[in-house]
Design a protein around this ligand. Structure first.
Ligand SMILES: [Zn+2]
Length: 360
C-alpha cells in the first residue's frame, strides 16, 4: 500500500507532500495512500558511512548472516537507512536486497600488511600480492575496497605505512581499474599523505592530516570520514596498553587524539567533503550515528545543516542512493522539531520509513 508523508522536507526547506509507492518517491498524489506523518521535519534516510555489520563486539568476526542482520538492525532503528560497510571478514552480499535492512555499499575484506591489523579481521598480504588482492576484493564488494594504510610497526615502535609508497599507490590504481572506489584507514601523518596523493577516494579516521593536505583533499574532492567517536573512545586505551613496550607510539596516539577536533575543523574549513561514520563493530557500538553527528558539530565546529547533509542527502548522493526527489528511494526519517535549530533532535526520530515500509 502507498504511504503519504507531509512535512518540511530538507534540504529544500519547503512543506511538501510525498507519496511512497513501493521503493520509490513521487510528488504525484496517490489516492487512498495511508498518511504516516503529517507534520515535522522530513530528511532522506541517514547514512552511516563507516560501519561494520560484519564485526561483532570485541572486534570478533561474525559467523552468521543473522549476526550481521541483528547489528544492521540496531543502526536502522536509529534512522540509519544506508550503510557503507568499511570492510567485513564475513561476506554477506545477499543482505543487499533484504527489505528490512539498510541499503549497503560494501567493501570486501580489509586488506592489511601481515600481522599489522586487528587479529582475524583483514586479509594480510605482502607487497607483491597487494594488487591482485585489491582486484579480487573489488569483486567481493559492490563498489568499494578497504585498505589498511598504516598500523603499529613493532620494528620501529611507532605508526608506519603498511607498505612502501609504490605499493600503496598501486593499490589505489588496482581498485580504480576494477571499477571500485578505495577507502583507506590511516592514523599516521605519513600514510595519509601518500594515499591522498595516490588519489584514494576516502580517508577513514585521518588523524594525521596536516593543513597543506586538507587543501589538497579539497582540491581533489577526497572525502574524509573522521569517525570521531572511535578516536575519542579507543585511542586512550590503545596508548595505555602500548605504554611500556612502545612509549613513542603511545605518546603519538594521544597527541593525534587530542589534536583531532582541530584537524576535522580545518578539513571542514578547507571544504573537504566530510561524512558521518561511526566505525560501529569492534570497539564501537552500533546505533550511534546521532552521537557522531553531535561530535562533528560540537567538537569540530561543523554547522548543523552541514552535519545533516553529511549524514543524509550529501552522503546518499556520494554513495548513489537518491534522496527525496521524484523517483528517489523511499527512505526517510521524520523529526518533531527542526534539527537545524537543535541537532539533539536527531537522537529521537518520530518516524522511520525504509524502502517504503514503516519501521517505526
Ligand atoms: Zn572501521
Amino acid at each position: 500500500m502507498a504511504l503519504h508523508v507531509r512535512g518540511v522536507v530538507l534540504p529544500d526547506d519547503e512543506v511538501r507532500d510525498l507519496w511512497l509507492v513501493g521503493d520509490r518517491v513521487t510528488f504525484t498524489p496517490v489516492p487512498g495512500a495511508e498518511t504516516v506523518a503529517d507534520r515535522g521535519f522530513v530528511l532522506p534516510g541517514l547514512v552511516d558511512a563507516h560501519c561494520h555489520p560484519g564485526i561483532a563486539p570485541g572486534a570478533v568476526p561474525i559467523t552468521s548472516l543473522d549476526q550481521a542482520r541483528a547489528l544492521a538492525t540496531i543502526d536502522r532503528d536509529a534512522g540509519v537507512l544506508a550503510i557503507r560497510d568499511a570492510g567485513s571478514p564475513y561476506p554477506y552480499p545477499e543482505l543487499e536486497d533484504e527489505p528490512d535492512l539498510p541499503r549497503l555499499a560494501r567493501a570486501g575484506r580489509h586488506i592489511a600488511s601481515p600481522r599489522r591489523y586487528l587479529r582475524g579481521i583483514a586479509l594480510e598480504v605482502e607487497a607483491a600480492d597487494v594488487r591482485a588482492t585489491v582486484t579480487e576484493q573489488a569483486r567481493a564488494g559492490n563498489g568499494w575496497v578497504k585498505l589498511v594504510g598504516d598500523w603499529l610497526d613493532r620494528s620501529t615502535g611507532d605508526l608506519a605505512p603498511s607498505w612502501d609508497e609504490a605499493t600503496l599507490t598501486a593499490a589505489v590504481e588496482a581498485a580504480h581499474a576494477a571499477g571500485a572506489r578505495a577507502a583507506v584507514h590511516t592514523f599516521s601523518e605519513a600514510a595519509v599523505e601518500i594515499m591522498v596523493r595516490a588519489g584514494v577516494d576516502s580517508v577513514e579516521h585521518g588523524t594525521g592530516l596536516r593543513a597543506d593536505l586538507v587543501e589538497e583533499m579539497a582540491r581533489r574532492g577526497t572525502a574524509l570520514v573522521p569517525t570521531m567517536i572511535n578516536i575519542e573512545t579507543i585511542f586512550g586505551g590503545i596508548a595505555e596498553q602500548a605504554r611500556e613496550k612502545f612509549p613513542g607510539y603511545a605518546k603519538h596516539m594521544l597527541a593525534l587524539r587530542d589534536n583531532f577536533p582541530s584537524v576535522v575543523g580545518a578539513a571542514y574549513e578547507a571544504g573537504v567533503p566530510i561524512y558521518v561514520g561511526t566505525d560501529a563493530g569492534g570497539g564501537i557500538d552500533h546505533g550511534l550515528a546521532a552521537r557522531e553527528m553531535l561530535l562533528l558539530h560540537e567538537r569540530a565546529g561543523m554547522s548543523t545543516v552541514d552535519v545533516l547533509a553529511a549524514a543524509s542527502w550529501r552522503a546518499r548522493e556520494w554513495l548513489g542512493f537518491p534522496g527525496l526527489v521524484e523517483d528517489g528511494l523511499a527512505d526517510l526519517v521524520v523529526y518533531d522539531a527542526d534539527p537545524r535549530a537543535d541537532l539533539r533532535v536527531v537522537q529521537a526520530p518520530r518516524r522511520i520509513v525504509l524502502r517504503g515500509r514503516v519501521v517505526r
